[in-house]
Ligand binder design. Sequence first.
Ligand SMILES: Nc1ncnc2c1ncn2[C@@H]1O[C@H](COP(=O)(O)OP(=O)(O)OP(=O)(O)O)[C@@H](O)[C@H]1O
Ligand SMILES: O=P(O)(O)OC[C@H]1O[C@H](OP(=O)(O)OP(=O)(O)O)[C@H](O)[C@@H]1O
Ligand SMILES: O=C(O)c1cccnc1
Ligand SMILES: [Mg+2]
Length: 592
Amino acid sequence: MEGKANGPTGGRTGRVIDGPTNPMVTPLLNDLYQFTMAYAYWKAGKHEERAVFDLYFRKNPFGGEYTIFAGLEECIRLIANFKFTEDEISFVRDSLPGSCEDGFFSYLRGIDCSDVEVYAISEGSVVFPKVPLLRVEGPVAVVQLLETPFVNLINYASLVSTNAARHRFVAGKSKMLLEFGLRRAQGPDGGIGASKYCYMGGFDATSNVAAGRLFGIPLRGTHSHAFVSSFMVFEVDKSLLFVVVVVPGHTYIYCVLIYLSTLQSPDEIIEKSLKSSDGLHTCEDFVSLVQTWLNKIQWSSSFSGIFGETNQSELAAFTSYALAFPKSFLALVDTYDVMRSGVPNFCAVALALNDLGYKAGGIRLDSGDLAYLSSEARKFFRAIEKEFGVTGFEKMSITASNDLNEETLDALNKQGHEVDAFGIGTYLVTCYAQAALGCVFKLVEINNQPRIKLSEDVSKVSIPCKKRSYRLYGREGYPLVDIMTGENEPTPKVGERILCRHPFSESKRAYVVPQQVEELMKCYWPGNSGEQREDLPPLKDIRERCIKQLELMRPDHMRRLNPTPYKVSVSAKLYDFIHFLWLNEAPVGELQ
Ligand SMILES: Nc1ncnc2c1ncn2[C@@H]1O[C@H](COP(=O)(O)OP(=O)(O)OP(=O)(O)O)[C@@H](O)[C@H]1O
Ligand SMILES: O=P(O)(O)OC[C@H]1O[C@H](OP(=O)(O)OP(=O)(O)O)[C@H](O)[C@@H]1O
Ligand SMILES: O=C(O)c1cccnc1
Ligand SMILES: [Mg+2]
């Protein structure tokens, strides 16, 4: 995407980092309290104190035991271009109490993120609760201003990419997954974000054209019921009318044949000619060719009893669509009746296209029992292939949509179905099963002093200190445990036994002899540290990473029902330190 190209460079390629995809992402996309705190830090002369914050979540979403980390690139784009405009400074001034001193606004005018360091897990990684996704270090007032936008940029991105990964897991690798959610998403940014992060989480394509343009995501689409019902072809409805005439002594019964409506025929289709796929000849009346095929299907003994007269308006709609898109004709077949009209009509058009050397794209089902209808449609295609000797017709693609979600995909799998592609909207993009991931941004160190946030709820106690984290892999190649250590502790070594402790539960611990050790956080924004900055990979690479990482997980962590929790631990040294600090900070209660 082309954004404003005035941000800092750095990194291996030295490429300029564009601004955030959404121009609404500015330093003002923030909670007021970040500004009041920034002011109070400044007033207290604390604003330059060096602080370390961890961004993490506490619980995996959707009742699962894994999460996909997404949104990092947008965070880096924000800090690379983090600068207040004069207008923004005036607005902050107007929003804070009049007593705030001018010096603060001069300070705001001067700040950027050149002295901030961001270490992060690579985007698209499988991640777990409590392990920092990002570690942000810098002047406390500046880093404080990053809390809300960072959490905002990561929360939904990670939630929806996890949702996408879960849908992929249930659907299976071989199915095509299409994200159809734009109309149902929470506003324009929700729609764009959903398309980007569902692709990252393993979807194949989106219907969202803007997202296709912004991120290079493959675009796919069919057509809607409106297109089918916009065609009106009144069929000749012949009815017999019995007229009884009674005259004295006689009763006459007349039988009259009446025409209830006039035939308009597919005359709505004006341009009926279609060139063959090789361009060598032209079929002057494709409409009649379709009609001929429909008659052949109707009169074939293989289909007797399955359907009679099909809906002619639907046939006209399909024919028109095929004339518009002969190379990729796809039809929504459930407007009137899937098996009595939609599928036979589709087949007539597909066979006519086949005569001209084109291969039809398939059908979409958007209502009814998708397991049953997809199986019936497949049988019909098989019968067509057999009857008319059209090789490959049986394999015609079947797309299904209509309020699909993990549960319905799972139910379809259990019943057996013939769907090749799923179009999923509402449940996917709104993350219907869970509204938010609940990422937090907690201070873990200031001026080299570790900080802890206590809570009645142990799971909410923060893990203090500037840390490193590692993923330890076992003999079978699966990740076994993530471990956090203090920054200066030695790196766990392959083949060397290390004690991994649950951060809060004394009895939960295990020795691990890692076969592979992966350091999780890399430098994505070096500030003044002189570190090499990791480049921001293209979306396609992040998606591939995500798919590979998911494949690497032990299956029992991934299953939908009662998955095994993945272990997240701390080193023995960090464990001792957490508990020392805990006891130090927690006041001793007094019982009366
Ligand atoms: N075989 C199946 N097993 C489980 N769920 C299914 C199956 N087929 C479809 N579904 C789901 O059942 C729901 C059916 O939706 P609904 O009750 O609105 O009926 P509909 O088919 O959409 O009817 P309408 O003709 O009114 O559009 C959808 O969520 C769909 O995904
Ligand atoms: O069902 P979702 O998972 O949200 O997927 C997107 C839906 O959007 C479209 O129609 P729309 O719902 O607008 O109209 P319809 O229900 O009448 O088909 C499409 O036909 C899908 O059903
Ligand atoms: O292309 C489609 O079939 C489509 C796109 C968006 C929503 N529903 C369906
Ligand atoms: Mg619908």
